[in-house]
Design a protein around this ligand. Sequence first.
Ligand code: SF4
Ligand code: SF4
Length: 177
Amino acid sequence: MERDWAKRAGIGWIGKNTLLIHPKAGSYFFLAELIIDLELEPDGPMKDYCGDCRRCIDACPTEAISPQGYLLDASKCISYLTIELKDAIPESFRGKMDNWMFGCDVCQEVCPWNRFSTPHNEPAFEPQPELLAMTRRDWEELTEEVFGKVFQGSAVKRAGYQGLKRNIRFLVEKLKS
Ligand code: SF4
Ligand code: SF4
């Protein structure tokens, strides 16, 4: 796992939300690696700066992070439920999804170290204008054609049209009940 190699390489520490945190960049960044044959002196691991903070644990909508942190039950995480799970979302999560239809960033949004994160400047990461203009009704009536257009080249394709429809239905049914 890249995250663990990054920890060993001293890039950051693994926080209670189980994400790699860089003290000057928070956790909103991609990890990458170079495979080379140079002999390099490795940096040592970094100290853990989570301290007494437990914002991510307290804010997680589904209590996916263990009470002490550093351990995450992936089967309770909204990112897993809305992206990786192929079956129906279990009823026990109804009303707990905070309206997330693809992934969840709560444990990063609340992390104080992300005040040091900076916006990207990669045009390819910008959402399609049509996506930003979508209304709640548009989401509820999302067609495969619109899905293909607004999520062209997007990681949302990982969930697929049927997967996203399932997620939206799950949220809407919650709102109506
Ligand atoms: S991504 Fe959301 S659901 Fe998953 S652990 Fe973080 S806060 Fe909890
Ligand atoms: S929110 Fe607090 S406890 Fe959680 S990862 Fe960030 S600093 Fe650590």
